[in-house]
Design a protein around this ligand. Structure first.
Ligand code: PA5
Length: 365
């Protein structure tokens, strides 16, 4: 089987990508450590948190929101646009995340948040964001540079969880998070390249989906991992994918499926052992209907662990390996994202926006 041939992983892009993949869980711990020195002292009571950021960096807020869903009293809004949502009040904490620090949408939202007087902190590896945050006096966590933005997600997530925990906005201990990382290492080991297809769920899923548009179905806790898998398939494997969640799927999507789609579409379902009974029944029934009655390829990825953080981190690691193996099956380079680069650079308004921001805060672009 192709994915069991270890020389496949000797190509330079595969080696480089694998190195970043293997470092993800350590990256989470490293991110937590880089944030230790940041202590937020907002002048007013925080009643909600808004994450500002797009693409790989934008996923940080989604994952954090799911990991901490039962560990906070505040709502989290993940906003992926140039402007802030109009309904924000001054007691909202803005968390700006941009790995490169040069993303026009995020910088524009940061300036709006600054002008609106929102308490804020940023997470970046540098760029214009580091410079303007320093000028504005906005605390930043600086994470290691030189990574692909999407592979720095665990670093940035670790940093975000750590700052919010230290500020008392999330009720989680550093030990719990470290435990979750240690438990997720088992999931990672089970999908490594030396583990053969027969017992490697990530290789099996890649083998099912590599030549099909893939629908990722999940519920609640794992919905951000579903979105992460969609984006990783887009960027690493250069393929289209769709992310949808239960219960909505059973109120709309389900009507669209037919046996004729088996040649071009596949389904990946994200599951865990503590699903509420109604969700478990719904997902089981949906899997049987799509797989057995319609003949669609349905693969299941189960997030291990007893706590939410472990389930999320272990499913995310497996999904990231799925995207890597899928890229290998498709013979594409998982590192390069030429179209994203060309879109970013080709939008003249974005370049102007970055120049204006640099000018306003008197920093070099
Ligand atoms: O993974 C990627 O390369 C992209 O999705 C980027 O994250 C996205 O373009 C936003 O850039 P940044 O994360 O640097 O703000």
């Amino acid at each position: 089987m192709m994915l069991d041939e270890l020389n496949l992983y000797e190509k330079s892009e595969a080696r480089e990508f694998l190195a970043q993949l293997r470092a993800e869980l350590d990256g989470f711990l490293e991110g937590m450590k880089s944030a230790e020195a940041i202590s937020l002292k907002p002048h007013r009571n925080i009643t909600s948190i808004v994450f500002l950021g797009v693409g790989g960096s934008g996923i940080v807020g989604d994952l954090l929101s799911d990991i901490t869903a039962k560990r906070r009293d505040l709502p989290i809004i993940c906003h992926k646009d140039y402007s802030l949502p109009p309904y924000l009040t001054k007691d909202v904490l803005a968390v700006a995340v941009s790995y490169s620090g040069n993303t026009a949408e995020t910088l524009s939202a940061i300036v709006e948040a600054y002008d609106a007087g929102l308490p804020m902190f940023g997470i970046t590896s540098g760029g214009l964001m580091e410079k303007i945050c320093k000028k504005m006096g906005i605390p930043i966590v600086k994470v290691r540079d030189g990574l692909l933005p999407r592979m720095a997600v665990p670093h940035m997530l670790g940093a975000a969880v750590s700052v919010l925990t230290n500020a008392g906005l999330i009720k989680m201990s550093a030990d719990e998070l470290r435990n979750a990382v240690e438990n997720a290492r088992r999931a990672q080991e089970s999908v490594e390249v030396h583990v053969g297809l027969e017992s490697n769920i990530a290789k099996q899923v890649a083998n099912q989906i590599y030549n099909k548009v893939t629908f990722i179905y999940s519920h609640g806790l794992l919905s951000s991992v579903g979105y992460r898998l969609k984006c990783q398939l887009n960027e690493n494997a250069k393929m289209l994918a769709v992310n949808q969640c239960l219960p909505e799927i059973l109120h709309n999507d389900i009507e669209g499926w037919s046996p004729a789609l088996a040649n071009c579409l596949a389904v990946v379902v994200l599951r865990h052992k503590d699903e509420p009974l109604a969700v478990k029944e719904a997902l089981d029934r949906m899997e049987v209907f799509l797989g057995e009655q319609l003949g669609i390829s349905v693969s299941r990825i189960v997030g291990d662990g007893n706590d939410d953080a472990t389930k999320i981190l272990s499913s995310m690691v497996i999904c990231d390996y799925v995207s890597f193996y899928t890229a290998m099956m498709r013979g594409v380079n998982p590192i390069r994202v030429d179209r994203i680069k060309s879109m970013r650079e080709g939008i003249i308004s974005n370049s102007r926006l970055l120049e204006q921001v640099a000018k306003r805060f008197e920093v070099k672009p």
